[in-house]
Write a protein that binds this ligand. Structure first.
Ligand code: NAP
Length: 250
């Protein structure tokens, strides 16, 4: 698919990786819509892009909210050629915390929240967008931001399970819908220098991590944009997980 002129819907486009993708896609001639949790951030994003981005406030882990926000976009003429499932939360917590004074088991509330935000949302948004693509005979591309944690990562039960689910859905939908011309690609970042990474990991952990990465540095957001662009433009790519991790596979 040609990127220039493509209509791209990005979830969680208000900050971090999603924000970088929005800015770069826009610069390369795509038309952009965003589903983003924070209404103030939506307004700021639309402003910063000089009105060129349609940003709709929506909690993508809430099926009814997703249906409403997408209908709003479709009704105003935005028909996505590309969906980027990017919204997500990173959560680290051991299965059993022996040092805890209270309940030692992984919080069940956190488990539900992470599965809802990182996995349910991909199912809710993709099912409605694909339904629309099929109705409009659009041979679209769905790109989901996964993680190398999908292979299993100590201390990240919920996050790893959610991202493994994202990879499984990518492969399943590629097989189910390839004959209709639809493509599905997951991108699995390693560790990138984003506010969420810095919030989740201490400086000491980050330094140790960088020593384990063959390229000896955290990723730069531009390499994720290049992966997204490749997924859009390469029409023979589907059902695969692109690891962008400087050589670090967990
Ligand atoms: P981030 O800076 O926290 O950005 C996440 C974005 O998603 C924010 O704009 C956030 O909005 C939005 N969001 C969160 N929950 C939402 C919800 N329920 N509904 C709608 N929007 C929601 O995180 P990031 O580091 O850019 O991560 C983006 C994606 O990359 C995630 O899927 C993450 O798992 C994946 N990833 C990141 C890394 C990394 O190194 N950073 C590595 C591997 C994978 P608010 O700010 O308003 O909450």
């Amino acid at each position: 698919m040609k990127l220039e002129g493509a209509r791209v819907l990005v979830t969680g486009g208000g900050s971090g990786i999603g924000r970088h993708l929005v800015e770069r896609l826009l610069a390369d001639g795509a038309e952009i819509a965003v589903l983003e949790l924070d209404a103030a951030r939506c307004a700021e994003l639309a402003d910063a892009a000089g009105g060129k981005v349609r940003a709709v406030s929506c909690d993508v882990s809430d099926a009814a909210a997703v249906d409403g926000a997408l209908q709003n976009l479709f009704d105003t003429g935005f028909e996505p050629d590309v969906l980027v499932n990017n919204a997500g939360v990173i959560h680290s917590e051991p299965l059993v915390n022996l040092l805890s004074r209270g309940d030692k088991v992984h919080s069940r509330e956190a488990w539900r929240r992470v599965i809802a935000t990182d996995l349910d949302s991909v199912f809710f948004v993709t099912s409605r967008v694909v339904e629309r693509m099929l109705a409009k005979r659009i041979k679209g591309v769905v790109i989901s931001i996964s993680s190398i944690a999908a292979g299993g990562n100590a201390g990240q039960s919920a996050y790893a399970a959610a991202k493994a689910g994202v990879n499984a859905l990518t492969c399943t939908w590629a097989k189910e819908l390839g004959a209709m011309g639809l493509r599905f690609v997951a991108i699995a970042p390693g560790f990138f220098d984003t506010p969420s990474t810095r919030a989740a990991l201490s400086e000491a952990v980050l330094t140790r991590l960088q020593q384990q990465i063959p390229l000896r540095r955290l990723g730069e957001l531009e390499s994720l944009y290049l992966a997204v662009r490749h997924a859009i433009e390469n029409d023979y790519l589907t059902g695969t997980v692109l690891e962008v991790d400087g050589g670090l596979v967990l």
